[in-house]
Design a protein around this ligand. Sequence first.
Ligand SMILES: Cc1cc2nc3c(=O)[nH]c(=O)nc-3n(C[C@H](O)[C@H](O)[C@H](O)COP(=O)(O)OP(=O)(O)OC[C@H]3O[C@@H](n4cnc5c(N)ncnc54)[C@H](O)[C@@H]3O)c2cc1C
Length: 132
Amino acid sequence: MSRSPEILIIGGGPAGCAAARLLATWGHDIVLITRPDGASPAPLAESIPPSGRKLWSVLGVQDAVDRAGFVRATGNTVWWGAESRVELFADGERGWQVTDLALARVLLDQARAAGARVEQRIVSQTCERLRS
Ligand SMILES: Cc1cc2nc3c(=O)[nH]c(=O)nc-3n(C[C@H](O)[C@H](O)[C@H](O)COP(=O)(O)OP(=O)(O)OC[C@H]3O[C@@H](n4cnc5c(N)ncnc54)[C@H](O)[C@@H]3O)c2cc1C
């Protein structure tokens, strides 16, 4: 890190990116450290319910999520062995079918756009560097 940040966030999943974006928007000096894309496990398919809209709104990322072109879904289907269960979202609302990595990429870009400094590295290496 070139200079010590006011706040250091470790982990660029939805929680870390949301915190980084909000805090940077509010004028704090933020560094967010997260794994490089290639160091993450295989992408995970996820269904984000329509209530995700509230989070997009608070973070000011609705346009970026729309631009990402995620599939909009009316619900989800869960398979347990040979049995499937279809759950529809209430009131015909639509959610988002994403992969965790694709959603994190959108939110990470939005954290950067708000002014957070993003470093993609594994945190144990960073700690060793800080100690030396
Ligand atoms: C199998 C499965 C299915 C799921 N399906 C759904 C679903 O359909 N819908 C839904 O809403 N939620 C779903 N979830 C839950 C959802 O994935 C989590 O709630 C969400 O990812 C939590 O976000 P987070 O930011 O707290 O943590 P994470 O998403 O786990 O983010 C943590 C971040 O920290 C990084 N990191 C970890 N260790 C280090 C390190 N040493 N150095 C640097 N960076 C590090 C990781 O790479 C990652 O980017 C599912 C979860 C699982 C496991």
